[in-house]
Design a protein around this ligand. Structure first.
Ligand SMILES: [Zn+2]
Length: 150
């Protein structure tokens, strides 16, 4: 999956489509309009943008268009998180992951999975993560960053 950016509003539509494959725009409106105080036209605009971004697809059935996606909600969510993480200085990603663990409700199963992921990740760990920012864009004060700051 290439990097796709999905806005918060578009994300609500994607979730409704993932949960109800081959859904019509009217049904998406029924799910979302009252909750978010949107008009049907809002939903249609969001659907149009998602089609352009190739996140969702449509097919015709009689006079109706049905909307679906080939992606799973899990894959889309992971991709969305990853594209957010990539905006952040690579030296700060570790702390962000710690804060995500800290701030979110997690099950014992989640914790087990995280523990396994950490154990597995040890073999790929580096002594120091290098900054990936453009020079002049970063305040991480790492020796490897920008060269001139310490
Ligand atoms: Zn940096």
């Amino acid at each position: 999956m290439e990097n796709i950016s999905i806005t918060n509003a578009e994300w609500q539509v994607v979730k409704a489509i993932c949960a109800n494959p081959d859904i019509q725009s009217g049904e998406i409106s029924k799910i979302l309009c009252e909750r978010f105080e949107w008009k049907n036209a809002t939903v249609k605009t969001l659907i149009h943008r998602l089609l352009e971004k190739k996140v969702i697809k449509n097919k015709q059935s009689g006079k109706k268009y049905l909307y679906y996606t080939d992606f799973s909600i899990d894959d889309l969510a992971k991709q969305m998180m990853q594209s957010q993480i990539e905006k952040i200085c690579s030296t700060k990603v570790g702390k962000i992951i710690v804060s995500l663990i800290d701030k979110n409700e997690l099950s014992f199963k989640d914790l087990d999975d995280i523990k396994k992921a950490l154990e597995n990740k040890k073999q790929f760990a580096v002594d120091e993560v290098k900054c990936n920012c453009i020079p002049g864009q970063c305040d991480c004060n790492h020796e490897s960053c920008c060269g001139h700051r310490k």
